[in-house]
Design a protein around this ligand. Structure first.
Ligand SMILES: Cc1cc2nc3c(=O)[nH]c(=O)nc-3n(C[C@H](O)[C@H](O)[C@H](O)COP(=O)(O)OP(=O)(O)OC[C@H]3O[C@@H](n4cnc5c(N)ncnc54)[C@H](O)[C@@H]3O)c2cc1C
Length: 406
């Protein structure tokens, strides 16, 4: 049998590489190896509609099983790669099986960051990354009344919103002085804090968790360093993710909190590509590293990786974007706002439909839009075209961004 192009990790990025290889006309074998029990599925609904029960497991699948079959994309689930031998071009699975490959792609994603405090290993302290995690969480939520969510980033806030939607008492503890601090400006943080509070979530900022207390192996509360105690019958930890880059490190690929790739998804070994959450790339500022944990990044890097595997060039240079759904509020982010020196508001915060535009030296860096999908789309197009509206144009609701995009 021919040696396949082998993709380690059957998630969003892995699926995209396999699909794009076929779209690029590659007719040889394509084999995806994934340690989870399921074919590639979407993760975003795990903290939202799937957990709330309004999306089925079947709807999560990125491609129906018959599509994989039709495209002749081979998939080994329940299979974990434990070793790569680059000189023999062979991988080894945890059950000892050896598989030869012609070319290699790494799309190993990330895992939930563990909380380094006493009690984090108690039975009802949960994290969320996989479908199995969601099933465990859904079962625990059905039994719980008092939930403490640790971490006020996207996942923590989405989980708080979903749990509130189920009528649970929710306390959210965030160590920083505002929500989603790494990604959005204070205006957006404050809007979401107020929104969650109005929905009945108790939010504590600058809350450094010291310990999770428990009895008979089960958590019953969370204590913060300032001496506060929060009773809980379920604790959910959402404090970020850690890249699965150990395999890459073991074969000497350059890593820096993720596998370093360029815009073509090449790793430091020209024969190996990597894509998705497990990667990191250089930003435009000195010492700036970008690890973009998003569907767009996984998909676009996947397309670049497939092209590179076939010796073609398809750089991923589009502006980054991301979204988060909390209650009926849709937050959409375009561009990277880090380093802004000026902001301009479009719409009003009171109306619940507004965007914060970020500028540096008069140049548009990006915008965070709240229930303003058109502004989000326009921002992405302006960033991709390299055009900037002025702050005055942003504030003027009668100004149509399309004039700049013609
Ligand atoms: C709850 C949740 C909500 C999210 N919401 C959003 C959102 O609203 N918007 C957005 O843009 N993004 C969102 N994301 C992020 C988005 O889902 C990820 O960026 C995307 O899934 C990354 O795809 P990936 O292929 O890089 O990694 P993954 O989808 O994680 O796939 C990696 C796969 O590799 C497997 N693997 C790892 N090591 C091995 C090995 N050695 N052998 C075999 N298999 C291995 C893993 O088990 C995993 O299945 C969310 C993520 C989560 C968890």
């Amino acid at each position: 049998m021919d040696k396949p192009i082998l993709i380690i990790g059957a998630g969003q990025a892995g699926m995209q590489i396999a699909d794009s290889l076929r779209q690029e006309g590659y007719e040889g074998r394509v084999l995806m190896i994934g340690e989870e029990a399921y074919p590639p599925y979407q993760r975003p609904p795990l903290s939202k509609d799937f957990l709330a029960g309004t999306v089925t497991q079947e709807q999560l699948l990125l491609r129906a099983p018959d599509v994989l079959e039709r495209k002749k994309i081979e998939l080994h689930t329940h299979a974990r790669v434990v070793k790569i031998d680059t000189s023999a071009q062979r991988v080894e699975l945890s059950d000892g099986t050896q598989i030869d490959y012609a070319k290699l792609a790494l799309t190993t994603g990330c895992r939930a960051r563990p909380l380094p405090v006493a009690g984090a290993d108690l039975q009802n302290v949960l994290t969320l990354r996989t479908l199995v995690d969601t099933k465990t969480l859904a079962a625990a939520l059905a039994q719980a009344q008092n939930i403490v969510v640790i971490g006020g980033g996207f996942i923590g806030l989405e989980l708080a919103a979903t749990a509130r939607g189920m009528g649970k008492q929710v306390t959210l503890l965030e160590g920083a002085d505002r929500l989603m601090a790494r990604a959005v400006s204070p205006v957006i943080s404050t809007y979401f804090r107020d929104y969650h509070q109005a929905q009945g979530v108790h939010i504590s900022l600058q809350a450094q968790v010291q310990e999770i207390s428990g009895e008979a192996g089960k958590a019953n509360g969370v204590t913060t360093r300032d001496g506060h105690s929060y009773p809980a019958d379920l604790v959910i930890v959402g404090i970020g993710i850690v890249p699965n880059s150990e395999l890459a490190q073991a074969i000497g690929l350059e890593c820096h909190n993720g596998i370093i790739v360029d815009v073509y998804s090449h790793t430091s070994n020209r024969d190996i590509v990597a894509a998705g959450d497990c990667t990191v790339r250089k930003g435009s500022a000195p010492d700036q590293w970008l690890r973009l944990e998003s569907v767009q990044n996984a998909v676009e890097q996947g397309k670049s990786a497939a092209a590179s595997l076939l010796g073609r060039e398809r750089p991923f240079t589009a502006a980054p974007w991301f979204w988060s759904d909390q209650y009926e509020v849709k937050l959409q982010m375009a561009g990277l706002s880090a380093g802004y020196d000026h902001t301009a508001l479009r719409g009003t915060i009171e109306s619940g439909s507004f965007s914060v535009f970020y500028f540096r030296h008069g140049k548009l860096l990006g915008a965070d839009s709240v229930n303003q999908p058109k502004e989000h789309m326009a921002t992405r197009r302006m960033l991709d075209k390299g055009v900037s509206p002025s702050p005055e144009q942003v504030q003027d609701l009668s100004f149509n961004f399309q004039t700049l995009l013609k």
